[in-house]
Every structure is written in structure tokens, then in C-alpha cells.
Ligand binder design. Structure first.
Ligand SMILES: Nc1ncnc2c1ncn2[C@@H]1O[C@H](COP(=O)(O)OP(=O)(O)OP(=O)(O)O)[C@@H](O)[C@H]1O
Length: 240
């Protein structure tokens, strides 16, 4: 059997996204390859969510081309996206994962074992039979991660997955994200939390008002920001 075609590199070639008269993303050129997590950073309204939706193929650019491993027509195979507020099915934690596995084409006979493995990987084994909607916010986010991982994605897109979590829950989710990255899944994640970006990023994509100001290794971005806007954001100044 032929190996599935890779989604990487993910390339934005002069990509703009508009809605009516509003320019949401403005002529973005960007190449994202294999490796440590890519963090998409920027103030509210910078265009982070829109960029992730383009990465997933949920939106089409108004101008320019998005390609995955040189292909522009690829379906969302081996890509998964997690939004800020995950939707839990009205059933148990384990059944939510089994649903994800079925959806991903996992053979019926393997689902019980894979469900156990995935629950274990996100620390939810003890809550397997609890109704998913009764989980805490942090637990729901971990369940959503497990459901996304059921697809065995090559690229996992995460939209501020810890935005409403406390520090302990955030840390738990970050550990899962790093373990997922170490196992070879490419993470592309939106955040506006500088501490989180320092903890997780291999490289940083910095957006303001839909424009790409920097794409750099995380250490270069923090130690030697190339634009006044990035320097101001890192200092904690308002970037308007
Ligand atoms: N369909 C749309 N029509 C008009 N404007 C839109 C549409 N989608 C997004 N926008 C606008 O584009 C800008 C970027 O939105 P987006 O959600 O991508 O930013 P973000 O960086 O993820 O923001 P936040 O950090 O607040 O979640 C915002 O000003 C938003 O209001």
C-alpha cells in the first residue's frame, strides 16, 4: 500500500482572506514544516483563528494559494482542529472517543482498546463512564484532544485550547500537547499568552491586524524581535 501523501510543508503563498469590505488576513507568505510546535501569536482580532481555519482547509483564501505537501486540493485527511470551546456529545467520555474513532475509520474490533489508550494518554481513564458534559473545562479540553488524536492527525490545529483554564489545567493540557508533538504530530496553535508561547514554541508566527509581522524561531523572536510591533508585544505594551 502506498504511504499517505504528507500534508507538510504547509505553505501560504500570498494569501489574503476578506469578508465583504473587511480584510481579515492580508497577503500572508508562510511555510510551516515538520518539527516543534508552531505558535500563532497576536492580539485579539489579529486573525489567528482565521489562519488556523485556512490551515485546516475550512476556509478558502480570497487571494493566493494554501497548499499541503505541494497539493492544493487535499481534503482534511490527517488534519484535525480543536476550537476554544469543544463540543461534547451527550454521552459518556469513552463514547465520545469511540465516536471519534468510528469517524476516523478505526475498525470496530480495535475501538475498545484504542479508546482505553487514548483515555490513558490524556489522564481520563478514571472518568471513562462519566457523562462528557459534566466534566470540568480542563477535562473537556483533554477529552477533545483525545478525540482529535483518534484521527491520528499529521497536523493538529489548536485554537487557544487553554484560554479559559486555570494554571494547573493549563499545565496538564500543555504536557499533552508536548507529548503529542514529540510523537511526531505537527502542532500549530494559536495563543496570545506569551508565557505559553515561550514554553511550547519551536517557531512563532506573529500577526497583527491580519498582517504577518514575523515568522522566526522562538528564541530569535523573543531575544531579537525584528519589528517594533513584536518588541512592543513582548514587553507587554499595547499593540494597536
Ligand atoms: N466572517 C467574517 N466577517 C467579517 N469579519 C470577520 C469574519 N471572521 C473574522 N472577522 C474579523 O476578522 C478579524 C480576525 O478574526 P479572528 O477570529 O481570526 O482573530 P483572532 O486573532 O483569532 O482573535 P481572538 O484572539 O480575539 O480570538 C476580527 O476583527 C474579526 O472580527
Amino acid at each position: 500500500m502506498r504511504a499517505p501523501a504528507s500534508n507538510l510543508p504547509l505553505v501560504f503563498d500570498d494569501v489574503s482572506l476578506s469578508a465583504g469590505a473587511t480584510t481579515i488576513l492580508d497577503r500572508i507568505c508562510l511555510t510551516i514544516g515538520l518539527g516543534a510546535p508552531t505558535l500563532v501569536l497576536g492580539p485579539n482580532g489579529a486573525g489567528k483563528t482565521s489562519l488556523l481555519r485556512l490551515c485546516m482547509g475550512l476556509l478558502s483564501p480570497t487571494r493566493g494559494v494554501v497548499s499541503w505537501g505541494g497539493r492544493i486540493d487535499g481534503g482534511p485527511e490527517r488534519r484535525a482542529i480543536l476550537f476554544q470551546k469543544p463540543v461534547m456529545l451527550r454521552r459518556s467520555v469513552a463514547a465520545n472517543i469511540a465516536y471519534g474513532l468510528a469517524h476516523a475509520g478505526c475498525p470496530r474490533g480495535l475501538r475498545a482498546q484504542r479508546t482505553e489508550e487514548l483515555l490513558d494518554s490524556v489522564g481520563l481513564s478514571a472518568l471513562a463512564s462519566r457523562p462528557a458534559r459534566r466534566l470540568s473545562g480542563g477535562e473537556q479540553q483533554r477529552l477533545a484532544l483525545a478525540r482529535a488524536l483518534a484521527r491520528q492527525p499529521e497536523i493538529l490545529l489548536l485554537d487557544e485550547p487553554t484560554a479559559s483554564l486555570d494554571p494547573a489545567a493549563t499545565r496538564f493540557v500543555e504536557e499533552i500537547i508536548l507529548a503529542t508533538a514529540h510523537s511526531g504530530t505537527k502542532i500549530i496553535m494559536a495563543s496570545h499568552d506569551l508565557g505559553q508561547v515561550r514554553r511550547l514554541a519551536g517557531d512563532v508566527v506573529f500577526l497583527v491586524h491580519g498582517r504577518l509581522f514575523e515568522h522566526a524561531d522562538a528564541s530569535d523572536f523573543f531575544d531579537r524581535p525584528a519589528t517594533p510591533q513584536a518588541a512592543a508585544f513582548i514587553r507587554g505594551d499595547l499593540v494597536l
